[in-house]
Design a protein around this ligand. Structure first.
Ligand SMILES: Cc1ncc(COP(=O)(O)O)c(C=O)c1O
Length: 407
């Protein structure tokens, strides 16, 4: 991971996109998130320049804040949504309906109806039942809806967040899809291609490269087997982020090379075929810092606890996903670490620890705690109503300006 200090430290303070965190803390009460608009734009551009010829869809679930969604819509991103509210957020933020796909294994009639009425590009279907339901609802609206078949491939992703390779609630099992789809009487859906989301948080460029080639091969094969015009292939994504201090950043260069080679080799077969990628965390994770305040410190049987005003109620990701996000005491950055601490929140469960074995200067009540790489699945994944504590607010720093984007 690129050290937090390289990214955010300026002299004796941390600065995010031209705004000093000390200044933000003086004016705003913790807990809150602050994101950098410039970093989000840079990361999005990193993806689009690595994959010319592909459309990048922002996965709204990663950070559904309307202003964050707007930043990416303005850059021309599409959106991958998984619920009716995410669809409304995306449409309100300015994403063109034709650049939105709906992915989710439990779509309701109301979800599908809104998607159809909005004219989104594609609904991704996980089963024959899913296809029949979209077909029936599209018939009711007298429309023909483009759909993509989500495939649970036999790939083995190098990630603990793998979604293919075994039994799955997502998608058609690869070995069964032809038999399950062939012969279905569908008059109001047009199967236009496939989608394969194999895993999240992949840091191995080798897997991502072979995934692109695998999905392309599968798309061409299924299009021949099922006699489908190949209008789109959604390769999913899985672009990971070096969250932890000792993790190595994902090197996109080899994946980019594979993609370019693929486009060249298969130019004829891919003419007129839209190539899609989905990404959430790669674009927004590193842009965000979560801020909380030390409420108490205590020693218990050899462990030093730091209890903060917010934990898993406002930032649950370290607890659920067991990720060691970098943590710093923002008002004490010039001081050396004095020991190892367990950083916890106020919630009445022992699992409410957002940092284990964290090296910090001796914490004191009132110290400001910054948890880094918190821009994705932070606000959205947290248990905000647990214990009826205040919800975290969200701020956007952008080229020296600060805006409250959720109070
Ligand atoms: C189908 C699908 N697409 C995209 C994403 C976004 O993943 P990430 O934020 O890791 O890019 C997810 C995450 O769960 C997903 O399930």
């Amino acid at each position: 991971m690129r050290p937090v200090e390289d990214r955010f430290r300026k002299g004796d303070e941390f600065v995010i996109d031209g705004v000093s965190l000390d200044r933000i803390l003086a004016d705003h009460t913790t807990p809150f998130y602050v994101y950098s608009g410039s970093m989000i734009r840079d990361r999005y551009r990193e993806l689009t320049s690595a994959f010319p010829g592909f459309d990048v869809l922002y996965s709204v679930k990663a950070n559904p804040n309307p202003e964050i969604c707007r930043i990416l819509a303005r850059l021309g991103a599409g959106a991958e949504i998984s619920s009716m509210l995410e669809l409304r957020t995306a449409l309100d933020a300015g994403y063109a309906a034709d650049d939105i796909i709906f992915v989710g294994p439990a779509k309701t009639e109301a979800d599908i109806n809104l998607a159809l009425e909005s004219g989104i590009y594609a609904v991704v279907c996980d089963s024959a039942e899913d296809l029949r339901q979209v077909d029936r609802l599209a018939a009711g609206l007298d429309r023909i809806q483009r759909v993509l078949l989500r495939i649970n491939t036999v790939e083995r992703p190098a990630s603990r967040e793998a979604m293919v390779g075994g039994p799955s609630k997502f998608g058609f099992d690869e070995e069964k899809v032809v038999e399950q789809v062939r012969g279905l009487e569908l008059r109001h859906v047009r199967i236009a291609g496939i989608q394969v989301y194999s895993a999240s948080q992949v840091l191995d460029p080798g897997f991502l490269s072979s995934h692109l080639e695998y999905v392309l091969g599968l798309g061409l094969h299924l299009s021949a087997e099922l006699d489908l015009p190949l209008e789109a292939i959604d390769f999913g994504g899985g672009f990971g982020v070096a969250y932890e201090e000792d993790e190595t950043e994902l090197d996109l260069a080899p994946v980019s090379e594979t993609a370019a080679g693929m486009l060249e080799t298969h130019a004829g077969q891919l003419r007129g075929c839209r190539l899609l990628l989905e990404s959430g965390r790669f674009i927004v994770a590193e842009s965000g810092v979560f801020l909380t305040t030390v409420a108490r410190t205590k020693q218990s049987r050899g462990t030093s606890f730091v209890v903060c005003d917010a934990g898993m109620n406002a930032f649950a990701r370290p607890v659920f996903m067991k990720v060691r996000h970098p943590i710093r005491l923002l008002n004490r950055i010039a001081e050396p670490a004095a020991g190892e601490f367990r950083v916890c929140g106020p919630i009445c469960t022992p699992i409410d620890c957002i940092g284990q074995e964290v090296h910090l200067p001796d914490p004191r009540p009132g110290d400001s705690v910054g948890v880094f790489n918190a821009g994705a699945y932070g606000w959205s994944m947290s248990l905000k109503d647990f214990m009826s504590l205040p919800h975290p607010s969200e701020l956007l720093a952008d080229n020296g300006n600060l805006t409250v984007i959720r109070d």
